[in-house]
Design a protein around this ligand. Sequence first.
Ligand code: ATP
Ligand code: MG
Ligand code: MG
Ligand code: MG
Length: 565
Amino acid sequence: MRFSRLLVPTTKETPHDATLASHIYLIRGGFIQSVGGSGLYNFLPLGKRVLERVQRVVKEELDKAGCQEVSLSFVTPASLWKESGRYEKYGKELLRFKDRKENEFVLGPTHEEMMVNLVRQSVKSYKQLPLNLYQINLKFRDEIRPRFGLMRGREFLMKDGYSFHADECDMKREFDLMEETYKKIFNRLGLEFRVVEADSGAIGGSGSKEFMVLADSGEDTIVVCDACEYGANIEAAVRKEKPCEAEAPEALFAKFYTPNTMTIEDLAKFFRVDPYYLVKTVAKKALYDEGRSQIVLFALRGSDELQEVKACNAVNANELVDVTEEELAEIGLVAGYMGPTVVPEGVRVVLDNNLKEATSMICGANETDYHLVGNSFKGVDADYKDLVAVQEGDLCSCCGAPLRYTKGIEAGHIFQLGTRYSEPLGCTFLDENGKAQPMVMGTYGIGVSRLIAAIIEQNHDDKGCIWTRESAPFDLHIMVSNIKDEAQMALGEKLYETMLDKGIDVLFDDRKDRFGAKMKDYELIGIPYSIVIGKKLADGLVEFVTRDGMIKEEIAAEEILSLVE
Ligand code: ATP
Ligand code: MG
Ligand code: MG
Ligand code: MG
């Protein structure tokens, strides 16, 4: 491709809403374009190329693992979501709408229902199982706070795969195969990542693992062990020792019996957990008890840095966002400690005014862990084993080495679903004895567009992007410093044409611009290698530039020609 023909609207301006390097450079480098600043993006030619390269890696590895690609309708009949019971529960991230005949639809935020519907119509016998079907397709989630560019869009590209099995054992085999396949994909893309134990959230199911691309800008806190492979999202982390072996401080213990004087912060101290973590867990519990997947809000009070109103939602209790009083009123359900001034009229507080309930929720489930037998309120059957946040330095449950906190970007998520969808949707097969059984399922997602942002979060410098080999929009960049110089241009053309013939994807900067401007664009766009043809050609030399580190080597033009000819 000739740069002079390519639409790459690079700019020096940092978009006003951008804080992450990936967001800034993908816009400034002319890869993507924001559509009205609302989590919607257009992919320009360079961005589309990156997307295709990443998709190719994903597709190649999945196909090798025996998965089959399909493409499902993005618009999904609401009836399917009603059948699974998720229509009411999914909350506002699910965009619902009606057509002219008043038929109800949703824009698929994930496609379990659709895929189950496809399979229940076409698979009848155990002989047709197992089956792993995937698509790389648009998703829409009406995220409360779309932000960070491609990282958290509302419309985004996901690879979503679903596997169907005759029994649990076969599903687990496939789950392991997908874990290995995902590792290959992330390795090929040149990413540093950890596979961590995860919470299954609103999708449901049991075993679940997340693929976390390591980056300080990641929204997830993960707990990792450097001595073994153990890693977990903080929400699912476990440690070797019981956390509260030390006696709780007397004063706190006394307070514990005096509801209304105990804040979430006190409780957090009592349990030696992070207050955010505590409230999130309590909020989640309230959500499920209330049978809602709507956003639950809570506020933390008690110290300067905690005077905030935050929201989390059931689909991602991980994400905390600030909310306005209007939003609070609209949602109408509050969990956690609230000062009276921030609760608008009509909002129901499920935990604050009734801290007894809050504590019972927590203690009820942890009575043995916390030696509170006989003191808690009975009848709470929730499993709060994971309630206590693992702290840095706690010991790994696998090998006993100290655990460490780090930040990650959730780029993939695999679940063992079981029969969570096949049962309500009647997706059954006839087993060897001719008996109808629900299929056992797994589900596997990769945030393809988010991966692009993740690659840049891990690979950039203060000048711009540094694409990894398999994600780069072009393999090589050739720049002619002065296009009026006939010898420079002739060599550029020759290299360009020869490389094209060899099947090398090359971007040829044949623009009239100044050398400095072209170099700045090269640095911003971040193609891994460049051949710069400049003044030194008079001595038979060109410059070979490695973008990572901007390492420049002089080499003989002849040598380059002989390499490609
Ligand atoms: P998050 O916790 O970041 O909200 P999620 O757990 O809701 O993500 P999943 O339902 O597990 O997401 O979806 C599978 C994958 O889709 C995620 O691992 C992530 O890579 C990607 N993804 C989810 N939401 C978004 C989004 N708003 N924008 C871009 N990619 C997303
Ligand atoms: Mg998540
Ligand atoms: Mg989410
Ligand atoms: Mg997830």
